[in-house]
Design a protein around this ligand. Structure first.
Ligand code: NAI
Length: 331
């Protein structure tokens, strides 16, 4: 076994926190040979629930779990952490203006950026899940200048996994035989789920999903809208947002980032744009990435048709607009 690493989960007393904790402590995130010490942070009103979660973790007798800290103190929570999953956010309340909601989240991410900057371990890797995920991650980046931008990412893996699931259902194949869908842009309903480059493993070798589906109307219509609206469909059915699948996707994101993507396979991650694919630099945008030895790199050179270009730009425009809104909250 390796020496233990410290993982901070913010907003740990919430729905996703409850689902993700056993996954982390059973090695789904960093592998079965990686012991973990979990730091759980939440706000004082959730501190009792957080204590209950700690009791449950102890009662689960998890061999990889080498310690649990449950705290409402941000500095203690961030102390020497190697990995961070940020679930903490201010939820939208009825009648709340978009700017008011943004301003609450900007305040949270600004404060936690400073704490991470001061207390986290060097080279600490961060995944922002809480919405608006891309823009929260951007605020974090702006207020933690000593953390390298490459170490700050946001979750679009849930959307990526949804796209894989939906495509595999359509083709009646196992989800594990489908790869290389892409989520471009924002984790919002403007995201562009793109299956143009997706590949399916068949008994006759690897085939293009587009050719197998052979239905452009479905690919450009129902496929995209189903993935975009899946979160809303789950809220409608469960009266609560996706927690299990979000927790699972957060583990997939960290797992592939740290342990690498298989050769010839990419995944979608929200990362700091350097202008690749003519997307504006300086926003956190979801791209297809390969990961190796703990570093992601954007998959280069994919052919983008006019339809895709328009969708990629629309979601980029929304992110630029969100960035401006976030900045206006700072003043
Ligand atoms: P939740 O409301 O159950 O949990 C959020 C937790 O954050 C609560 O326990 C709350 O007390 C805590 N919190 C609020 N402010 C805090 C602060 N300043 N410091 C520490 N903790 C704080 O929400 P849930 O369902 O667990 O979702 C978490 C976030 O993830 C939400 O913002 C949700 O919209 C987002 N989400 C993102 C997805 C993605 O694919 N990127 C998918 C699903 C959810």
């Amino acid at each position: 076994l390796k020496p233990p690493v410290k993982i901070l989960v913010t907003g740990a007393a919430g729905q996703i926190g409850y689902a993700v904790m056993p996954m982390i402590a059973r090695g789904q995130m960093l592998g079965p040979d990686q012991p973990v010490i979990i730091h759980m942070l939440d706000i004082p009103s959730a501190s009792e629930a957080l204590g209950g979660l700690k009791m449950e973790l102890i009662d689960s007798a998890l061999p990889l779990l080498r310690g649990v800290i449950a705290t409402t103190d941000v500095a203690q929570a961030c102390k020497d952490v190697n990995f961070v999953i940020m679930l903490a956010g201010f939820p939208r309340k009825e009648g709340m203006e978009r700017k008011e909601l943004m301003s609450k989240n900007v305040a949270i991410y600004k404060a936690q950026a400073s704490a991470l900057e001061q207390h986290a371990a060097p080279n600490c890797k961060i995944l922002v899940v809480a919405n608006p995920a891309n823009t929260n991650a951007l605020i974090l980046k702006e207020f933690a200048p000593s953390i390298q931008p490459k170490n700050i990412t946001c979750l679009t893996r849930l959307d990526h996994n949804r796209a894989l699931g939906h495509l595999s259902e359509r083709l009646n194949v196992h989800v594990g035989d489908v790869k290389n869908v892409i989520i471009w842009g924002n984790h919002s309903s403007t995201q562009y789920p793109d299956a143009n480059h997706a590949i399916v493993k068949t008994e006759f070798g690897e085939k293009s999903a587009k050719e197998l589906v052979a239905n452009d109307t479905w690919m450009k219509g129902e496929f995209i809208s189903t993935v975009q609206q899946r979160g809303a469909a789950i809220i409608k059915a469960r009266k609560q947002s996706s927690s299990l699948s979000a927790a699972s996707a957060a583990c997939d994101h960290m797992h592939d980032w740290i342990l690498g993507t298989p050769k010839g396979t990419w995944v979608s991650m929200g990362v700091y744009s350097d202008g690749a694919y003519s997307i504006p630099a300086g926003i956190i945008y979801s791209f297809p990435v390969n990961c190796d030895k703990g570093e992601w790199s954007i998959v280069q050179g994919l052919k983008i048709d006019e339809f895709s270009r328009a969708k990629m730009e629309a979601t980029a425009n929304e992110l630029v607009e969100e960035k401006n809104l976030a900045y206006s909250c700072l003043n």
